[in-house]
Design a binder for this molecule. Structure first.
Ligand code: ADP
Ligand code: CIR
Length: 363
């Protein structure tokens, strides 16, 4: 029987994926995608689809196939992808989150005692600024690749209403990108407040469709509490300020998250905690970072890498992921976010940064 146009399209897509996968195998890519997607696993998963949205393996791995310099290379196009493509996601999750096994369950939310956190650099010698962020997906909506233009607009409208409920230190203004001049966007990006546009990893994962519709940023008056709307995740809630007062930054983020949570419901999974588009952000979704200058330690790249690894830290460049250090400033944060509580993630970061400062002082 002759094949219909749909079957032909499916075959074409599968052939293109086979070719891209073969290129990944031949490449020297260091991505976790290349490390774990064996030919056998690829054959097992290549024709599967998620039940509700029909997402495919290609939707999960497209970014890593197109960007061979990916660190991870995979996104979940919708929440069901974590289960349907579990052999691949589980292996990558276990590696990235330092041992979170398929048998494990993420613990319940626990912000913990604020008194456990301190100013990491009271004399302002090393730390330029401190930032803690978390991501949230809003219940009832899929992730970027499966979102319609109306979904983006609905989430933005929900959040515009929610932001009006923020008072005191948290009160501020929501700024949609559709109404923000480019030069202002660039200034906010340069000052580390706003997400950048056109990230090629996200673009390849179909996360930038309808841009800039539904995208925007909420900023409180002091620019110390922010929320990104509809970038990589539906929400990224961020607290940041100059200096090293981790306790104060964490306190503000918790207050912001609790206030927003009274107005919108977040998606949470039994096994993975808070759900996110990228598997590296699952669980607590917390990334607590400092912008820090440690010139003696950073002069020895291998040593810096090994100290970071020992303390479960991740080192990024000055303008965030996939950027280089500028003027000796590094972004150092906790690496794992899944399989430990919010409190433990913060503690891990605090202990690691204190140790890095100690090492710098000893050199
Ligand atoms: P995310 O933290 O949301 O995963 P990025 O690594 O892309 O994303 O960083 C987003 C922005 O936050 C970048 O502009 C980055 O420089 C900024 N940033 C990260 N940590 C800090 C910090 N401690 N102080 C100031 N800006 C920071
Ligand atoms: C990559 O694979 O490099 C990008 N898709 C970004 C992955 C998220 N990065 C991370 O380490 N948290």
């Amino acid at each position: 029987m002759a094949q219909g146009p749909k079957e032909c399209r499916v075959k074409c897509v599968l052939r293109a994926m086979d070719e891209a996968y073969a290129r990944l195998l031949q490449s020297d890519s260091k991505s976790l995608l290349k490390k774990y997607l064996t030919q056998e696993m690829y054959n097992e998963l290549k024709e599967k689809r998620t039940p509700t949205f029909g997402s495919t393996l290609l939707d999960c791995i497209q970014s890593g196939l197109m960007n061979l310099d990916s660190g991870i290379g995979i996104y979940a196009p919708d929440p069901e992808a974590y289960a349907v493509f579990a052999p691949l996601f589980d292996a990558i999750i276990q590696d990235y989150h330092l041992g979170f096994s398929p048998a494990q369950t993420h613990p319940p939310l626990e912000w913990g005692e604020l008194t456990a956190f301190q100013n990491l650099d009271p004399e302002n010698k090393y730390i330029i600024s401190t930032r803690v962020r978390c991501g949230r997906s809003i219940e009832g909506y899929p992730f970027n690749p499966c979102m319609t233009e109306d979904h983006y607009k609905e989430i933005e409208q929900k959040m515009t209403n929610a932001f009006q409920g923020l008072g005191g230190e948290l009160s501020g203004t929501y700024r949609p990108l559709t109404k923000m001049p480019k030069c202002e966007q660039e200034r906010l990006i340069d000052d580390h407040y706003l997400f950048k546009e056109g990230d090629r990893f996200l673009k390849a994962a179909k996360a930038c469709r309808f841009w800039p519709v539904g995208r925007g940023i909420f900023l409180n008056k002091d620019k110390t509490f922010l929320t990104w709307v509809n970038e990589e995740d539906h929400l990224r809630m961020i607290s940041m300020e100059p200096g090293g007062d981790l306790g104060n930054v964490y306190r503000r983020m918790i207050e912001g998250v609790n206030a927003i949570q009274q107005q919108v419901n977040f998606s949470r999974s039994e096994r993975f905690g808070f759900l996110t588009f990228c598997p590296t952000n699952l669980g607590t979704t917390i990334r607590a970072s400092v912008h820090i200058k440690v010139p003696k330690l950073s002069a020895d790249k291998e040593k810096m890498k090994s100290v970071a690894e020992t303390h479960h830290l991740q080192v990024r460049g000055t303008r965030g992921e996939h950027t280089e250090s500028e003027e000796g400033i590094y972004d150092i944060s906790n690496k794992r976010r899944l399989g430990l509580t919010e409190f433990q993630a913060l503690k891990e970061m605090q202990e690691g940064i204190l140790e890095i400062i100690k090492i710098e002082q000893s050199l």
